[in-house]
Every structure is written in C-alpha cells, then in structure tokens.
Design a protein around this ligand. Structure first.
Ligand code: 26Q
Length: 786
C-alpha cells in the first residue's frame, strides 16, 4: 500500500497534486471550494489507509452493527485532522502554500443527518467505537436533505431545505458494487428500489477506524425509455422520482411521530439494506447463519429500525429456508434495543392497515411472533395481562407497537440514564420488566471528548494537558487529576481567562453569522436544545420577562442586576404550532428587552437562528451557565448537559435525566438544583390547577406578555401561550416557577464571587469524566453486547 504523506513537504505535494488532478486548477487560479476539496482529498487518503489497515487486522468475534435513522455528524475536517494526527502538518503545509486553513474549515457544510440528541449520540458512539478498536459499522440513511435550516422572519421560524451535498460530498466513498434491491408490497402489487451504500470512514483517535454506511435510494431503471420516446416526459422519470424520494429528506420531528407512510418506507429501506448487507458479509466470509449471533449484533437506536426484526426472520425463512423456530432462535440473539423517551406520544406505532399494504409478509411475521409470545404471557401472567402486552394495539386504530416488538426480540433493553432506565422499568414497560427482568439495564449516555472538548475548546484542552498530560483525550476519567488544581489560584485565573477567550471566539462567529454579539463581561446563560414544551424554554423566558418587568416598573434598580446574556438556540418541528409560537415569543421578548435603555444593557436575550453542531462547538465552551430545566421525568437523559459541564459551565437544573448523575458527581454545592422531583410531579399531576396559585413573579410576566408589550400592543398573538399556561400547563412550568427564580437568584449570588465560581467550574470539569461516550461504549460491551 502507498502510505499517504506524513511530512509537511509530502502534504504540500499531495495537496497541489489533488488541486491539479482533481480540480484541474493551479493554486493561483483556485477558488476556496477548489482548495477545500483538494484538502479533503488529501486527508481522505489517510482515512482510506486507516480503514484498510483496520480491515486487515484479525477480526474480532463480534461486529457491532449500530442501526440508526439519524447521525448528526458535524463537520468532518477538524475531526479527521485530529484523529489522524495531521493537525500541525496540515496547518504548516497550507501556510507554506499561503492558504488560510480557517477559511477552508469555515467552508465545510456539516452533514446534519439528525434532529438532535439521538442523532448526535449515534455520531458520538461511532467515534468511540472506532477509538476503542471495537469492530463496528453504523448503518443509516443518506438523506439528500438533512435537518432544515432555520431562519427567522418577523421573529417566526422559517424552514429552508438543507442542501448539504450541494458541491459534492467529498468525505464519502461510494460503494455501488454493494448495492442491493429492496422490495415493498406483496406478490401482485410489489415494487422495488435500489439501495446504494456510501461509506464515511470514522477515524478513531490516533488509531482504529469504523465505517458509517449510509444508504441512498435509486430507481432500478433511471428512465422509462418507451414513455420518453412517446413524448411523455413526466411518466418517463416518474419511477425514478418516486424511488429517490425514499432518501430525499430527514423527517424533522423528534417526538410525536406522525405515522407517515414515507417514514415507514425509509425505516424499512435502511433496516432491510443493513440486515441484508450483514448477512451477505457473513456468508461471503465463509460463515453460516447459525454463526450470526456470535458474529453480529444489531443495536437498535430507538424503535426506528425495529422493522429489521421481521426482516431478518423473512430473510432466514423465505430466502435461506430455515424453519420458524431456528430462525426465531437466531433472531432473538441478534438484537438489542435502546429506548430514548418517556413521552407516551413518542412511542412509535404503525397502523396494521399501512403495514399490510407496504410489508404484508412482515405483518404476518409480526403476528406470529405476537401469537407465540402471548401464549407464554397467558401461561405465566394470566389472560388479564395479554392486551397490555400484545404487540398489537386495538385502539384508536389497530397498530403495531414497535417498542413491544423490540423488547420481545431484543437480548437487552436499555434506557439512557439511571432515572430513565428506572422509569422505563416502572412506568413505560412495567409488564415487560416483570416478564423479562434480566433484559432491562441502563447505559448512561456519554459524549465524545474529542469533538466536544479537545476540538471545541482548544484553550481549555491546552490548559488541562499542561496540568495533567493529554491522556484524558482517550481516558476522560483522568480529568479527576484536575481536582487539586481547583485550589490553585494561578490555575483558576488561567481557567477564567480561557472562558473569557472562548466568549471572544463565540463573538467572532456571532458577528458574522447573526450580526450580533454578547458582552464579554456578562454571565453567559445558555439554553440550547430542540424546542419542546417539556424542555420548558418558557420557564426560562418567564423569568427573563419577570426580571425585565421588575426594572421597567421601578421595583428593581437596573444597577442591581447581575449582567447576563441569555442565549437560546432551538429548532421546532415544522408542524408543532405551540413550539413555533414560543420561538416567536422568545424573539419578541429579545427585541423589546435588548432595545430598552432602562435595563442599562444588563440583560440581553440572544437567539441566533439555525443552532447546529457547528454553533454548539462555539457556544458550549463559552457558557457560564447551562440551563437543564425540563420537567422531572421527561428528559430521558440529555447530552448537552454533559457537554456544558465538561466545558466548565455550572448547571441550573431539575432532577431529571442525566442531570441527576451530573449532580451526584459534581456535588450539590457545585450545581443549582431546583424544582419538583419526578415522584412529586406524579403526585401533583391529578390535582394540578395551574391558574389557582400563580406565583407573583410569574403573574407579572404573564400579564406583561398578555398586555401585548412584546407584540406591538396586539394582545392576540401570544394569548394562546398565556391561556395554555394558566389552564393546562402540561409540564408544570408555573408550579416550578418560584423554585426556578430562586435558583436563578442563587446563581447571581454565586457569580458575584468570580473566584469561587471558577473553582466550582473547575470541579465540574474534573468530576465529569464519567460522561465520555468511551465509557458508555464499554458499558454496552459489558452489559449488552456480552
Ligand atoms: C419517529 C418516527 C417518525 C418520525 C420521527 C421520529 C423520531 C425522530 C427522532 C422520534 C424521536 C426522535 C429523536 C429523539 C431524541 O433525540 N431523543 C433524545 O435522545 C437523547 C439521546 O439518548 C436523550 O439524551 C434525550 O433525552 C432524548 O430526548
């Protein structure tokens, strides 16, 4: 094999060669795009080499096949340079050519093939598996359009297509020779598409590699030539258009799935392609189907790929002539299921009628799995448990409960934080936890320290490395060694300077991107995550309005405010009307508050549009305060919470998801806990009357909003928000209002002692090494993959 260049001179040569051969230009004539693509070519050569090396190494016993409808990857260039150890070489080589590396970095469009937490978790997991040398392959969909780009018009969200592949997708390796045909429908009314894989190489940090194999849909025939010749151009391309629709666009909902036929088609498309790919590989390598459970495990990232279960059964029975019992014995050992939600409306169900039309054979298989399962339920737990545990729901329409199918088929079922796993057992799937107690386990989420600390926060990384060496990059628990430095005044000073520098770095981006900036002296208070009522952006906003009202009414002197910049980042599902109204309100409040001189600039609200991984990488390292304020028992885990703590922000949060574990690790004195606990929420719920005892501060905020103060006097615009809070308030914003406001006051008091604050921030970093996705993957190895 020809080794790619590992010297500056070699890198220069390769880069110029790629410019000439790939782009057909000289350096002098090149555009930014040419230079970016030539650089990617050069780096990609190293990834390809890394992959070949990894493939030649002796195979591990079992390959982890991670099935996920989403991978929220973020930009690839920096991560590839870091993983291959080429950072300095590339920087020097480009400098020698007079090329601005930062400009090329900024040129990359991130592949946003996911909605939020679940998709980003999948991206962290493939990174960690590659770094740990776990034999792994991530399977997913190569959406032509990822998560929509958000802009604001008059403060309201407008969605635009995310054409991330415009200008090519230079990191991918197309694998047309591994394309497969995927069939839909029955014997009479069947149709088919071709699934073509594109591989991203996932480089491990300094060694190892994994593959991310994303399937793209194509028509079997690109053109109906007779139709074309007859002049019917629309019909000539109809089949092609239809097929390509399958991988055209990511569904932008991250809860309350709509049960859309195309979404089910997407799920089956990638699940079937992936299962077929794995089985073919096994057989091509001389294995037999009996070996499958020893050679591969399919990790189901939520229920989105669960249709892979009946697909494997179909493959084994219909295409490989195994008997039902043999096929089921194999299938039952090949899957494991990760649940990511607690919201009942987020549990996927697919109408039986739809399945019968689209995948009749699979529906038959599901019915038989259910029949045999319910036989044992009847026997062991009695007839009265059968309806609740059936894979088939009878109302409101007859439908397949994907979580039941996943639980029955899986070797293991896990939640994503301790509290979530406990609630999964006690509240979401209690009958199943009783029936299969040994199946249920927890794996608390984690995040990759490479992207979210080493790359996103170079200054803090350098400071940490100076103090304790660089072992933490692959062994994040070593951050513990920083604990003594919390008592070191010089270290705290340096740490505070890093934070200040990161605010400048954030401003560099905000100025260009949003024509705004934060005051670097302000406490930076951040709430970034999808817009959802359960996450309670409204709780944060009401307190902002309350604070504002205090000053403009004269009750509070502006000079008494701790200067703060409150930064929101959030996309709403396009059909989620209330979430979009909340976005509108945040922007409206920002407009008024930021313009009101009476506040003396001591309270600013920022809402940069289109929060994505790239913006997260600038915002998180600059934050002082991390808002994790979901209603207790609703956020399965959260992963942003971990990223903030690891970057030295303090958390204000409820006892929810992984917040619980963060607080246990960092200590109560270094965490601003507030609000009802999950049992308290459950106890209050039946009798909750939000309008009956509204806190005075919340009342003032609601009145001001209702008065039209943020809508140019128009009282109707935000009335539904106010009315909903006063009459329904599903997520008990008002019940937690006072506790939240008091916690914010504690934040102000703590921030008034900067040195003590920094000490607490250092301890947050030092004590959060547990939240590495490397640790999460090791937990999966131990508890799930055996
Ligand atoms: C399903 C069917 C049809 C259309 C859309 C969907 C769909 C898509 C995405 C349903 C859910 C999602 C995403 C869920 C998600 O991101 N959950 C988050 O997962 C994180 C990683 O475990 C957790 O940290 C978060 O708490 C959880 O909300």
């Amino acid at each position: 094999m020809i080794a790619p260049p590992t010297t500056v001179d070699g890198f220069v040569t390769e880069f110029l060669l790629n410019l000439a051969q790939d782009r057909g230009v000289t350096l002098q004539d090149s555009t930014v795009d040419d230079r970016y693509l030539a650089l990617v070519r050069t780096v990609r050569g190293h990834l390809a080499a890394r992959r070949l090396e990894t493939e030649r190494a002796p195979r591990e016993r079992k390959t982890i096949c991670y099935l996920s409808a989403e991978y929220l990857l973020g930009r690839q260039l920096d991560n590839s340079l870091l993983a291959t150890g080429l950072e300095d070489i590339a920087a020097e080589a480009l400098a020698a050519c007079g090329v601005d590396l930062d400009e090329l970095r900024a040129h990359e469009i991130e592949p946003g093939l996911g909605n939020g937490g679940l998709g980003r978790l999948a991206a962290c997991f493939v990174d960690s598996m590659a770094t740990l040398g776990v034999s792994s392959i991530g399977y997913g969909i190569r959406y032509e359009y990822g998560i929509f780009r958000q802009s604001f018009e008059n403060g309201q969200q407008v969605e635009h297509p995310d054409a991330w592949m415009r200008g090519g997708s230079p990191w991918e390796f197309p694998r047309p020779e591994r394309a497969r045909i995927i069939r839909f429908g029955g014997a009479e009314d069947g149709w088919a598409v071709r699934a073509v894989p594109y591989d991203f190489v996932v480089p491990g940090y300094r060694s190892g590699a994994g593959i991310l194999r994303l399937w793209s849909a194509e028509a079997l025939e690109p053109l109906d030539l007779p139709a074309f010749n007859a002049g019917d151009y629309e019909r000539a391309v109809r089949a092609k258009t239809f097929a390509e629709n399958l991988s055209k666009v990511l569904y932008p909902d991250d809860s309350s799935p709509q049960g859309k036929e195309l979404r089910l088609q997407q799920q089956y498309f990638f699940a079937a392609a992936s299962v077929g790919d794995v089985v073919d590989d096994l057989l091509a390598g001389g294995g037999t189907l009996d070996d499958l459970p020893e050679r591969a495990i399919f990790q189901l990232n939520d229920t989105h790929p669960v249709i892979a279960v009946p697909e494997l059964m179909r493959l084994l029975i219909d295409e490989h002539d195994l008997g039902w019992d043999t096929a089921w014995a194999i299938t039952q050992r090949c899957f494991a299921y990760t649940c990511h939600t607690l919201l009942p409306e987020a549990l996927e169900v697919w109408p039986v009628d739809l399945l019968r039309r689209l995948l009749p054979r699979h529906l038959d298989i599901i019915y038989r799995i259910n029949e045999e399962f319910l036989l044992t339920v009847r026997e062991r737990l009695g007839e009265e448990r059968v309806a609740a545990m059936s894979i088939i729901a009878e109302s409101p329409v007859r439908a397949v409960r994907m979580a039941h199918l996943a639980t029955i088929a899986g070797v293991k079922v896990n939640g994503v934080a301790e509290l979530h796993s406990q609630l999964l057992r006690d509240a979401v799937l209690p009958d199943f936890a009783e029936f299969f107690p040994q199946k249920f386990t927890n794996v608390t989420n984690g995040v990759t320290p490479r992207r979210f600390l080493r790359l996103a926060n170079p200054a803090l990384s350098a400071l940490i490395t100076e103090a304790i060496g660089d072992g933490w990059v692959t062994d994040l628990e070593r951050l513990r060694e920083l604990e003594p430095f919390a008592e070191d005044a010089a270290f705290r000073d340096a740490f505070a300077q890093v934070k200040a520098g990161n605010k400048k770095r954030l401003n560099d981006v905000l100025r260009v991107r949003d024509r705004t900036e934060i005051d670097e002296e302000h406490l930076l208070d951040v709430m970034v995550k999808r817009l959802h009522e359960y996450k309670r952006q409204l709780l944060r906003l009401l307190h902002v309005v309350d604070t504002y009202e205090g000053v403009v009414s004269g009750r509070v002197a502006a000079s008494a405010l701790q200067p703060r910049a409150v930064l929101f980042g959030a996309k709403a599902a396009p059909g989620y009307v209330m979430a979009k109204r909340i976005i509108h309100l945040i922007n409206a409040v920002a407009g008024v508050v930021n313009d009101d001189a009476r506040l003396e600039g001591r309270l600013r609200v920022l809402y940069p549009a289109n929060y994505d991984v790239t913006l997260a990488e600038r915002v998180i390292p600059a934050a002082d305060l991390s808002e994790q304020i979901s209603q207790a028992g609703k956020e399965a885990s959260g992963t942003g919470n971990m990223k903030f703590a690891l970057n030295g922000a303090l958390t204000i949060g409820t006892d929810d998801g992984a917040n619980v574990e963060i607080r246990q690790l960092v200590g109560d004195e270094n965490f601003f806990l507030f609000g009802m606990t999950e049992p308290e929420v459950a106890a209050l719920a039946p009798a909750y009357r939000p309008g009956e005892s509204v806190d005075a501060g919340a009342r003032r905020a609601l009145d001001l909003i209702a008065s039209g103060a943020f809508s140019g006097g128009d009282r109707s615009v935000f009335e539904p928000i106010v009315t909903n809070l006063l009459t329904e308030d599903r997520y008990m914003v008002l019940a937690d209002y006072r506790a939240h406001a008091d916690a914010q006051a504690r934040v102000d008091a703590a921030y008034a002692d900067p040195d003590a604050w920094t000490r607490a921030a250092v301890l947050n970093v030092a004590r959060c090494g547990y939240f590495s996705s490397d640790r999460a993957i090791r937990d999966y190895q131990e508890r799930v993959w055996g």
